[in-house]
Ligand binder design. Structure first.
Ligand SMILES: Cc1cc2nc3c(=O)[nH]c(=O)nc-3n(C[C@H](O)[C@H](O)[C@H](O)COP(=O)(O)OP(=O)(O)OC[C@H]3O[C@@H](n4cnc5c(N)ncnc54)[C@H](O)[C@@H]3O)c2cc1C
Length: 662
């Protein structure tokens, strides 16, 4: 590597991410090229992780996903603050910087928590034991390293509803400045209006450099069947079809870690510990009804550490791990803690409840007039490596979306209840790299296909999660409860009808010969007859698509709300200095993908921290490096359940997925 710095381990290679076998040689070569492009892998500007923490920090941030990266980076801006960021996973690989490789690391044991729900009462019937599968990033950057990069905010109505529920300060007009604060939007004045977008922030937003021809044709087809096309679903109107803005800079992924954490790598007061899993927040009873966090325990390299916290702990482990960590720390519903033998420190019945997630269904369409050529070959690999252009610089059809009002939506038109996602034209795997190689050589006449997935934006079905055991490294028990409310099933079926109407538009019929790929979904066709509403109701329960937008498990709300976990300042009710800043605080899921909203939450959260603490830090001295060698805390071996580390436990379950990534 000739980047002018020593190369450190940058996470797993692309070599085996296409299922091994004949793919390995081409994918290994491609990975080598990508790693050696210094501007792409950013090898010299990666964080320098610590191998030991200091004794005490002013702030400890737990988790470096969309929320935690923003929180840590913004706190690190204050040079006098000693900040520790703990992340359970490792560095993000060079390969995941390439937009087209978005699906390659799904299920990878080094990068994905690989959660599964408990057997579902109604949904995911085709899966083993009816468990829905969840992709969740376990890597510096969290889900922003695995996600589809779409930059979509919630609607005005979403945030005004949050405020109306007693969350003072969270109306649309009050949160808009925090969305804009993050942004370095590349399209102001051309495609979007500066009234709604920011410039000069850490997070680049722009369209991908490349769109497949079909993307433009979908927009044309949408107009043919009566929908509007929008340049900006985050502007003054929230509905319509669009090619979305994404978090990409010149055709490379901008994860939240890349945008917010890496720029502070040279700040001596900012420490990052990778492969470090927080296991408990120590909470002290101050008497008089007041409690405060005094430290954080975590496991690194099979040893347990405890660091003291002077000011605040910021929990940002995501919608699964944040409630889990609170419960492990004795903060949660009494009966749930008792069941696994954890002593309650503070009663909060809402922890782990209110689990919300969008739900979808994947419809596959054949393009009878298009041959099924592979989308990745040497020619477009070269185009990408040299110029950051071509199919590898985008996620293919996934950059197209629509936010729509179904016939069940609020008649005001201001609260869209459906989103459409698309899939296909993904340049993510090849075995030979040969140009015009067939994607499926065993079926040379099979046509190319794409997917449309309608998404229910305001699901009524709500789940919950709770501890499986008192072992902090055990996955929690997750009850998704997808589609348990009939209204969700009806909206999803309506979404299927919208998708069918779109696919039948003259533009798609004439140019591509689009036809639905007929499937029977278990015995649904046999029982109900193909394409009846009953058939689709059966199909969505059989082949359910749990989205990747889990939220709500540490719900924000006023103290009058018995289910609220944090107050509108994001402080855990009843504890002076633990804030939560991730998807778990959403009282209600927003109408769209969730990453932009999570980053906004953390921007606003850190602003509240700065308002509270900044006057006290002006004379603080800098970090004492000598303390590092005097660490006398619990650096004792940690006993993993079954004597296996989480990495070893997951290795037997590598699942590579292909379509489910928005
Ligand atoms: C496959 C996929 C595609 C998606 N596509 C899009 C999209 O295109 N656009 C969009 O807006 N949204 C998308 N999303 C959703 C979006 O990425 C998430 O909602 C968002 O990133 C969640 O941010 P978070 O901070 O809440 O949690 P996460 O990003 O999950 O971050 C949590 C972090 O905390 C770490 N952690 C957890 N527990 C501990 C612990 N005990 N100690 C230390 N560290 C811990 C985790 O390893 C992780 O890095 C997608 C998500 C997925 C999974």
């Amino acid at each position: 590597m000739e980047c002018g710095c020593a190369a450190s381990y940058m996470g797993p290679s692309l070599a085996n991410t296409c299922g091994g076998g004949s793919f390995v040689l081409f994918m290994t070569l491609l990975d080598t090229f990508i790693r050696n492009r210094c501007d792409l892998s950013e090898v010299c500007s990666r964080v320098r992780p610590r191998i030991r923490p200091n004794l005490e920090y002013d702030f400890v941030v737990i988790g470096s996903g969309s929320g935690g990266s923003v929180a840590a980076g913004r706190l690190a801006e204050e040079k006098g603050w000693r900040v520790l960021l703990l992340e359970a996973g490792g560095e993000e690989p060079a390969g995941s910087q390439v937009p087209a490789m978005v699906v390659n690391y799904f299920g990878h044991p080094e990068m994905d928590w690989g959660y599964k729900t408990e057997p579902e009462p109604v949904a995911c019937k085709e899966n083993d034991e009816k468990r829905c599968e969840w992709i969740r990033g376990k890597v510096l950057g969290g889900c922003s390293v695995l996600n589809g990069m779409m930059y979509i905010r919630g609607t005005q109505r979403d945030f005004d509803n949050w405020a109306a529920a007693g969350n003072t300060g969270w109306s649309y007009n009050e949160v808009l400045p925090y969305f804009m604060k993050s942004e370095d939007n590349q399209e102001i004045g051309s495609l979007v209006d500066g009234k709604y977008h920011g410039e000069g922030g850490p997070l680049t937003t722009s369209r991908f450099p490349h769109q497949p021809e079909l993307a433009e044709d979908i927009l044309m087809a949408a107009q043919q069947v009566g929908y509007e096309v929008s340049e900006d679903l985050n502007g003054d109107r929230f509905t319509g079809f669009a090619i979305t803005q994404t978090n990409n800079r010149n055709g490379t992924r901008v994860s939240s870690a890349r945008a917010f954490v890496r720029p502070h790598r040279d700040n001596p007061n900012f420490h990052v510990m990778l492969n470090s899993t927080a296991t408990k927040i120590m909470v002290e009873d101050l008497g008089g009804g007041r409690k405060r966090a005094t430290g954080v325990k975590f496991v690194y390299n099979n040893k347990e550490y405890l660091v003291k916290v002077k000011n605040e702990v910021i929990v940002a482990g995501g919608a699964v791990n944040s409630p889990q960590l609170l419960m492990l720390s004795g903060v949660g519903p009494k009966e749930d803690l008792e069941k696994v033998g954890i002593k309650q420190v503070h009663n909060l019945p809402g922890v782990g409840k209110n689990l919300q997630n969008h739900v979808t269904f994947y419809l596959s369409f054949l393009m009878k007039k298009r041959k099924n050529f592979n989308d990745l070959d040497w020619a477009n690999a070269l185009e990408y490596i040299l110029n950051r252009e071509g199919p590898m610089s985008s996620t293919g059809m996934s950059q197209v979306t629509a936010r729509l009002n179904s016939k069940f939506a609020d008649p005001s038109g201001n609260n869209p209840d459906l989103q459409l996602f698309f899939g296909g034209y993904s340049a993510n795997c090849a075995s030979s790299g040969e140009v015009k190689a067939l994607a499926d050589p065993d079926n040379p006449t099979s046509p190319k296909h794409f997917t449309i997935s309608p998404v229910v934006l305001h699901p009524k079905s709500v789940g919950y999660l709770t501890l499986r055991s008192s072992d902090p490294l055990d996955a929690p028990l997750i009850y998704g409860n997808y589609l348990t409310e009939p209204e969700d099933v009806a909206t999803l079926v309506e979404g299927i009808r919208v998708s069918q109407r779109l696919a039948a538009a003259p533009r798609l019929k004439a140019k591509y010969g689009v036809e639905i790929d007929v499937e029977s979904y278990g015995n649904c066709a046999e029982i109900h007859g193909y394409d009846t509403d009953d058939f689709w109701q059966c199909a969505v329960k059989y082949s359910t698509g749990p989205e990747n937008h889990q939220a709500g498990t540490c719900k924000m709300g006023p103290s009058s709300d018995p289910k609220a976990v944090v107050n509108p300042e994001l402080l855990v009710h009843g504890i002076d200095n633990i804030r939560v800043m991730d998807a778990s605080i959403m009282p209600n899921l927003v109408s769209g993908n969730t990453a932009a909203t999570v980053m906004m939450i953390a921007e606003k959260g850190v602003d509240m921290i700065k308002n509270k603490w900044l006057p006290n830090v002006t004379n603080r001295g800098s970090y004492d490096e000598n303390q590092i060698n005097n660490h006398k805390f619990l650096s004792k071996p940690f006993q993993f359940a079954n004597n296996k580390s989480p990495y070893q436990q997951q290795q037997s379950e590598i699942i590579y997925r292909t379509a489910k990534f928005l």
